[in-house]
Design a protein around this ligand. Structure first.
Ligand SMILES: [Zn+2]
Length: 108
């Protein structure tokens, strides 16, 4: 895991509890300095999900086999697309986590 600045430092974000969260390396690098992204369903540009201010389960859900994260709102769908949260590498990894009983998480 790496530290992600929710509001990027390059855009004035500070290093504080409210503005930092843990993110996997892949998500962090795809997020880069993004603060908004396009909902692939509606085309709407929306702010990215803020894990300090918003509840994960209101925006995302796991697929039945728990390998894919599915957006429940424009923000959720935009975040998944922008951060490529269902890329082939993470899908294969999640499949192994499911088999091992490590995934999906029970607390969200
Ligand atoms: Zn990630």
């Amino acid at each position: 895991m790496s530290f992600d600045h929710i509001h990027p430092q390059s855009k004035g974000g500070n290093t504080s509890f409210e503005n930092v969260c843990l993110a996997c390396r892949s998500c962090n690098e795809y997020k880069s300095d993004l603060t908004e992204a396009q909902d692939p369903l509606t085309g709407e540009i929306v702010p990215l999900f803020n894990p300090r201010a918003q509840q994960w389960s209101e925006y995302f859900a796991w697929s039945l086999d728990a390998t894919r994260v599915e957006g429940q709102t424009p923000v959720g769908r935009a975040m998944i697309a922008a951060l490529r949260m269902n890329n082939p590498v993470i899908l294969a990894t999640r499949s192994r986590w499911v088999i091992s009983g490590w995934h999906p998480p029970t607390i969200q």
